[in-house]
Design a protein around this ligand. Structure first.
Ligand code: FE
Ligand code: FE
Ligand code: ZN
Length: 275
């Protein structure tokens, strides 16, 4: 089972891998740069190589980078749109150059222009970013649908993928908290939701799971993560997710409100609940 959590790389890649290993994780997620969006720091290739050795020696699964939250590729404002494209492209190039397999981002917000407009905008941006020569896959994260957020339905996700020329390099990161808030009942009908995903997007597009419980009710369109077993999805719901035949071999990344010790306990719990 590939299970881990979000960690900081502020002290380097090697340090992050050591930290992950020390809490029983064999995957992790990190921000591609400072979450507030300031520029990425110089790449230390020695640090990257040292990380890779730790990953290899300990049979790690695929690492996942997460773009800054402030990007909005759905924006009609040229400055915001241009900045988002610039940051995503720059980070994508770096991650590809160091061999990080997955890079996820929030599709964006249409801020009143309508979902169709937003989807077109995101697709156009991805066509400027992806050259077709990369190995890293860009993953659209499924969203809760707060405000004018794009990517809270499988149809919107599909709509973006369909606009991208090299869409073999585009996949999906499914956030369990977000889709439950968006109105996909993964607690009572996980099979049905996955069937719907397969029909609309294609299950082969699903690459990563953000494993989070939710503080909010089903279909609330709100985005508040809870610790595993302490939210509306509950431990039974989470158990079904990590053991589902279509999902069990995917990497799971916790983004629950925890410090290191809390993540360690959740990873232990999840390994125990794995059938
Ligand atoms: Fe996210
Ligand atoms: Fe997430
Ligand atoms: Zn969230």
């Amino acid at each position: 089972m590939y299970i881990g959590c979000h960690l900081t790389i502020a002290k380097g890649y090697k340090k992050a891998a050591e930290l992950a290993h020390s809490i029983g994780a064999n995957v992790f997620q990190f921000f591609s740069r400072n979450p507030r969006g300031s520029s990425s720091k110089e790449l230390d290739m020695e640090d990257v190589e040292e990380m890779k050795k730790i990953l290899k020696d300990n049979d790690f699964g695929p690492l996942l980078a997460h773009a800054p939250y402030i990007l909005n590729l759905g924006s009609y404002k040229s400055r915001i749109y241009g900045m988002g494209k610039g940051i995503l492209k720059e980070d994508y190039e770096i991650l590809d150059s160091i061999g990080i397999p997955y890079f996820t981002f929030h599709p964006g917000n249409h801020v009143g222009q309508g979902a169709e407009y937003g989807i077109k905008r995101v697709g156009d941006a991805l066509n400027e970013i992806i050259t077709g020569n990369e190995n890293t896959m860009l993953l659209l994260e499924t969203m809760s649908g707060k405000g004018t957020e794009l990517g809270h339905t499988f149809e919107e996700i599909r709509g973006i993928i369909d606009r991208v020329k090299y869409n073999e390099l585009v996949g999906v990161c499914l956030d369990t908290c977000h889709i439950y808030s968006a109105g996909y009942d993964i607690v009572n009908d996980l099979d049905g939701v996955l069937e719907e995903f397969d029909n609309i997007v294609g299950i082969d597009k699903l690459k990563c799971i953000h494993l989070n419980d939710s503080m909010m009710e089903f279909n609330s369109r709100k985005d508040r993560h809870a610790k595993i077993g302490e939210g509306t999805i509950g431990l039974e719901g989470i158990k079904n997710i990590i053991n589902h035949p279509e999902l069990k071999d995917l990497p799971f990344y916790l983004e629950t409100p925890n410090e290191l010790e809390g993540y360690k306990e959740e990873i232990e719990l999840l390994k125990k609940e794995r059938e």
